[in-house]
Ligand binder design. Structure first.
Ligand SMILES: Cc1cc2nc3c(=O)[nH]c(=O)nc-3n(C[C@H](O)[C@H](O)[C@H](O)COP(=O)(O)O)c2cc1C
Length: 177
């Protein structure tokens, strides 16, 4: 979930799937692509700050409700039954129920390609908040039933074109590298 402020400091939330993470020791970045008609696109260009919040499966339905509660003057977080908590460094709301919050400042941005309706943002992570329950690297922490959820985006059989509904996945460690 990417959270920002709409004009007038109204809290905004956007379920976000097209995302990758990269770091080189001198900075850790979240890179993601946003549709230009979304509030999130305008909000990030205006405020240059945002938070990336990681829900567990418990919050999934409420996160989806933010898509319905999407008008310009709606606090999408509160209207969807989630709780706002202030960020430490950036001017953007955090979602309290999310077990991990990455506060980010805009690094760079560009269209996905010339004329694309998707726009790519790279945010430098400037503060990390993680819930004590999720600090440990085990199946009761950030993985398994209580951890990260993964967007399995409408799987398709490439030989027939048959498409299945989108699904929510989880991450289970398999073996040590
Ligand atoms: C599972 C899921 C993943 C999504 N991933 C993205 C994404 O990667 N980029 C994007 O722009 N919109 C994505 N969307 C759509 C936005 O969440 C949706 O357009 C939202 O209403 C935008 O909110 P905003 O207008 O408040 O920014 C996704 C929606 C769902 C349900």
């Amino acid at each position: 979930m990417v959270t920002t402020y709409k004009e007038g400091n109204i809290p905004n939330a956007c379920p976000q799937a097209w995302t990758l993470y990269s770091g080189d020791g001198a900075g850790y970045y979240v890179i993601f692509s946003v549709i230009k008609r979304a509030h999130t696109y305008k909000n990030i260009l205006r405020e240059k700050e945002f938070v990336v919040n990681f829900p567990s499966s418990d919050e999934f339905r409420k996160c989806m409700d933010t898509i319905k509660n999407n008008s310009d003057d709606t606090d999408e977080i509160t209207a969807s039954g989630l709780t706002i908590e202030p960020s430490i460094i950036v001017n953007a709301p955090r979602i309290k129920e999310c077990f991990l919050n990455l506060e980010c400042k805009l690094g760079w941005h560009r269209p996905l390609h010339k004329g694309s309706f998707h726009h790519v943002f790279a945010g430098e992570v400037v503060h990390v908040a993680v819930s004590p329950d999720h600090v440990k690297h085990n199946s009761n922490g950030r993985y398994g039933d209580t951890g990260y959820i993964y967007n399995i985006h409408s799987p398709i059989d490439p030989t027939t074109g048959e498409q299945e509904p989108a699904k929510v996945g989880k991450i289970e460690p398999m073996f040590e590298m």
